[in-house]
Design a protein around this ligand. Structure first.
Ligand code: M6R
Length: 606
């Protein structure tokens, strides 16, 4: 993770570096720093914690250099202290890094034995000493960097500047994304195009293994073998995506409230609203013939995929293999000939999901990705892209991306079912109608949030919270627990309702709130039995359902009423209350809702 930026300009760059870092804070916010060249010498300012601490530091001790690099950190190696904050430097070299240098211990041992003194606990510092070591041997910066890159193992995006070289920056990419931006007499480097959006919309994405020599007059790009290569300059749409909170207190609140609109946009991309049919893009594979669908993703995107499994198996009658990407990538799972592999990711940069994609691609699967960032690595390495039209999601807790992922997966299930003949034209029309209703029904749930504020006070006192769901609502229970724990820090677990009696019921007493996601569907009565088991042991039940409270036959702490929709569309509707429960509980408890501790929005390390 971590975000990196670099600027070569004709004026002081420190303030612009911080401005660019602000748009990269989603990648980590443990500490931040910038370094510039001051009269040929490297100088830096760093600060623990959020970017505002670095701003204060720069205000007290400004930097004036016209070439500089910046970094916002999500700690992997070494605590998030100022000492471990980037840029890391020697007298000759300044480095910012996103990724993990896997052989840093060996490099550190070797370089230490030659007199290099390490000052931090980071893996990145090995890069500083490695390049410095090559410079000490008499190499020029470009040759020294090339020699150093050849010795690095792991994943990295690097920005490097050199003492005494005011018109030079070197960038390198292996496993972590990196974009170069072009201005008038200025060049820029960033972990993504959004970081550079105020400066330029002309962008080149480095390919895997590329490294670039950047000067104000232009940029030379080389591939891993050292051959000069041309990479396309594209017009980035990132500047149109710069966002603020509007009238909302947090990005998360804004993003929850945007769901009716963005779900509608996403559905419109896959449905012909007029005729009430699916209008699905060609995935380059005959959906009628696919023997199996494989889905992989992480976190919330994985739970969206799990809902997709229920939809595809039930409606299209195709077996679905699904696994968390960090497990799948090392499991050596057998793949069937002619299979479709689907990867779900908001950022499109999640390292484990990308690795799983590559495994499935090498295994001959047709690769389709459901991504929110169309220029992302996952999108670019897929055979077909199924975009979610959620717009930028800034809150670390995923909300609108989740409901848009569900929208795309619901349409995929109908498309496969139609191709296989398991969904008749009449059924297709019924399911499409159900989806078209979703934005309106979602909207009706967002008008009054008083009940969530009341519930938040109650939940804030809990040490543990359980979420229960059955069938397609089980992934919603998992997602509800993830949402609550990641932003309120209350311990929460999601369970399949029928699994409770096999162990977790031992946890139930009058201090444990149990949140039950239970639409009035064909499994409702089964879930009611599980609720009664909870009630009999003093458990405090909060029911999220369209069913009347009396129908569950037990005392409820609260009943969150969901409007009646088609069973098929329920996961989209029930996403809203679980998000609002987490949001209001976190707000009541005063946590940092948009940037919860220890997390980052884009997880580019495994
Ligand atoms: O960018 P991705 O969708 O691939 O990210 C996957 C997870 O890291 C992400 O969903 C994470 O679990 C969220 N913080 C959950 O709210």
């Amino acid at each position: 993770m971590c975000g990196i930026v670099g600027i070569l300009a004709n004026k002081p760059v420190a303030i612009d570096l911080v401005d660019a870092l602000r748009r990269l804070e989603y990648r980590g916010y443990d500490s931040a720093g910038v370094a510039t060249l001051e009269n040929g010498h490297l100088d830096r300012r760093r600060a623990e914690g959020k970017l505002r601490n670095l701003e204060t530091r720069l205000h007290e001790q400004p930097l004036q250099g016209h070439v500089g690099i910046g970094h916002t950190r999500w700690a992997t190696h070494g605590r998030p202290t100022e000492r471990n904050a980037h840029p890391h430097m020697s007298a000759k070299v300044g480095v910012v890094h996103n990724g993990i240098i896997e052989n840093y211990r060996e490099l550190k041992a070797e370089l230490s034995s030659r007199g290099h003194v390490f000052e931090t606990d980071t893996d990145t510092e090995a890069v500083v000493h490695l390049v410095t070591d090559e410079l000490d041997k008499g190499l020029e910066p470009i040759a020294a960097t090339k020699a150093a890159l050849a010795k690095l193992q792991g994943a990295f995006a690097l920005g490097i500047i050199f003492a005494g070289h005011d018109d030079l920056m070197i960038a390198a990419r292996k496993g972590s994304p990196l974009a170069i931006g072009y201005g008038t007499g200025e060049v820029y480097l960033g972990s993504d195009a959004i970081a550079l959006a105020p400066f330029t919309d002309t962008i080149t994405y480095l390919d895997e293994g590329d490294w670039a020599v950047m000067r104000r007059s232009g940029v030379e790009i080389y591939d891993e073998a050292g051959s000069r290569v041309d990479r396309p300059k594209i017009k980035s749409v990132a500047s149109a995506l710069l966002v603020d909170k509007g009238n909302h207190r947090h990005f998360m609140a804004k993003e929850i409230h945007e769901q009716p609109e963005v779900v509608s946009h996403t559905l419109a991309n896959y449905l012909d609203m007029g005729s009430g049919t699916i209008a699905f893009p060609d995935l380059g594979i005959d959906l009628a013939k696919i023997p199996r669908v494989t889905i992989s993703a992480c976190g919330t995107a994985y739970y969206a995929g799990l809902v997709g499994k229920y939809w595809i198996e039930r409606y299209a009658r195709v077996p679905v293999e699904i696994d968390i990407a960090s497990e799948f990538r090392y499991r050596e799972a057998p793949l069937v000939d002619g299979g479709l592999a689907v990867f779900v990711s908001q950022s499109g940069e999640t390292a484990d999901t990308l690795a799983t994609l590559r495994y499935c691609k090498a295994g001959g699967q047709r690769i389709a990705s459901i991504v929110n960032v169309r220029t992302s690595s996952i999108a670019r390495e897929s055979h077909a892209v199924l975009p979610t039209l959620a717009g930028p999601e800034i809150g670390v807790a995923s909300t609108k991306a989740f409901s848009c992922q569900l929208s795309a997966l619901a349409c995929l299930a109908i498309a496969i079912g139609r191709a296989k003949g398991t969904i008749t034209p009449a059924k297709e029309a019924e399911l499409v109608k159900a989806l078209i209703e979703v934005p309106r029904l979602m909207s009706s749930m967002l008008h009054s949030e008083q009940q969530y504020e009341d519930l938040a006070q109650y939940l804030s006192k809990a040490r543990d919270v359980l979420f229960l769901g059955r069938g397609i609502n089980y992934p919603l229970a998992l997602e509800g627990a993830l949402k609550l724990k990641e932003i309120s820090y209350i311990h929460a677990e999601g369970y399949a309702a029928g699994e409770l009696k096999h162990g977790p019921i031992a946890l139930i007493d009058e201090n444990v709130p149990v949140i039950v996601v239970a639409p009035d569907d064909d499994l409702f009565e089964k879930t009611v039995s599980n609720m009664q088991e909870v009630a009999a042991r003093g458990g405090q039940i909060i029911l999220i359902s369209d069913a009347p409270a009396e129908k569950c036959g037990c005392k409820l702490v609260a009943h969150i009423k969901v409007p009646k929709g088609h069973d098929f569309a329920n996961p989209l509707l029930y996403a809203v209350p679980i998000q609002l429960i987490a949001y209001h509980t976190a707000v009541f408890m005063g946590t940092d809702v948009d940037q919860p501790r220890n997390l980052a929005k884009s997880v580019t390390v495994e």
